[in-house]
Ligand binder design. Structure first.
Ligand SMILES: Nc1ncnc2c1ncn2[C@@H]1O[C@H](COP(=O)(O)OP(=O)(O)O)[C@@H](O)[C@H]1O
Ligand SMILES: [Mg+2]
Length: 339
């Protein structure tokens, strides 16, 4: 199997702001790859460059063997796109707009089947303007799928979904994986990346700070975390030497240690000797969430050009041309659609 997407040394600047800074990663055919990062990290910018909707400042990008900025319709016909926010004509019904988009692709799925797959069958004849936010997002998904893509870009596919709609969207991505579709999704939800992605790239301030399977990302951080409260009437100074240093966090004490067995032995042995109980004692391995928060925290301490991080998330829609259509002319390849 070859690479579906190759990104090498990708950079994108907007004036003085560096939105994407020397990003490199590869997505294999059939792989579900997640770009995970906080708002303003540069995820949408990266995806839009890969879609051919945005020019890059530097670096090499290959999508299904072609440079998306130069490629013609043959590439766009094989790629499905679900933008972070898309706009379409509100007066259309769900079925009408799915049928319209379907017409843009040479290889296409049945409109009703796609509507059903995203769970909008009972809204098929409703006008788009009457849909809730989550239902619109499902329509976005339908439009990304209707051309039966080899590669699907999903930019924050479940933002705004309620828990059951989110599960449904997850199931859909899993279906796509089993059908062999390559998926690049972006998300700021860690559980989503962990649940869906074969591999995750963590992006902070335009830089890739970690990449690997969810298990690999967690594995570099083997220290266990022991937390407890002090027994009644006992002062922190009375604690025995533990393997590692316990730090006080509010009422709790927290100890990170590579030797949790020995640390627990020291702590519980001391407590038993004194005939006291150690309240709220827990020991756990750091989850991917701890690792992620650590990575974001480490790389996110200096307020600089990314201070306006939420601006990217607040962008508003553009028209249907270029939103999902692939066979269409590249009319929306503008740099100015964001405020
Ligand atoms: N057209 C634009 N002009 C200027 N700055 C932009 C533009 N688009 C995005 N940005 C900025 O680039 C950074 C990355 O944005 P974006 O790629 O939308 O991040 P994400 O999708 O990870 O939230 C943000 O600081 C954002 O404000
Ligand atoms: Mg975004």
């Amino acid at each position: 199997m070859g690479a579906a997407v190759i990104v090498e040394g990708l950079r994108k600047t907007y004036g003085a702001l560096t939105a994407v800074d020397d990003l490199s990663f590869t997505i294999q055919e059939g792989e579900v790859f997640a770009l995970l990062g906080p708002n303003g990290a540069g995820k949408t910018t990266t995806v839009e460059i890969l879609e051919g909707h945005r020019a890059r400042t530097a670096g090499r990008v290959e999508v299904l063997g072609q440079d998306p900025w130069r490629a013609g319709p043959q590439l766009r016909e094989r790629v499905g796109i679900v933008l972070q926010e898309a706009g379409f004509d509100d007066e259309f019904t769900v079925r009408e707009i799915v049928t319209l988009y379907r017409g843009l692709y040479p290889r296409r799925l049945d409109a009703s089947a796609v509507i059903d797959r995203v769970g909008l069958t009972d809204k098929a004849d409703a006008r788009v303007k009457t849909l809730s936010g989550g239902q619109r997002r499902r329509l976005d998904l339908a439009l990304g799928l209707v051309g039966d893509p080899d590669l699907l870009f999903l930019d924050e596919p479940t933002t705004g979904f309620d828990p059951s709609a989110r599960r449904r969207a997850w199931d859909l991505v899993e279906d796509l994986r089993s059908l062999g579709t390559t998926v690049l999704l972006t998300t700021h939800y860690l559980d989503e990346a962990e649940h869906l992605a074969d591999r995750v790239g963590v992006v902070v301030r335009g830089r890739l700070v970690a990449v690997g399977t969810p298990a690999e990302l967690g594995a570099g951080h083997r220290a266990a975390v022991v937390t407890f409260r002090l027994p009644d009437g006992i002062d922190g100074a009375e604690l025995p030497p533990l393997v590692g240093t316990a730090v006080r966090e509010g009422l709790e004490w927290r100890l990170e240690t590579a030797e949790p067995t020995a640390a627990l032995h020291a702590l519980t042995g001391w407590a038993l000797e004194r005939g006291v109980d150690v309240p709220a004692l827990t020991v756990r391995r750091p989850s991917l969430e701890d690792v992620y928060l650590g990575l974001v925290g480490d790389h996110d301490d200096a307020p600089d050009a990314h201070a306006d991080a939420d601006a990217g998330a607040a962008t508003k829609a553009h028209g249907p041309a270029g939103a999902h259509r692939r066979g269409a002319s590249r009319g929306t390849r503008d740099e100015g659609r964001r405020r």
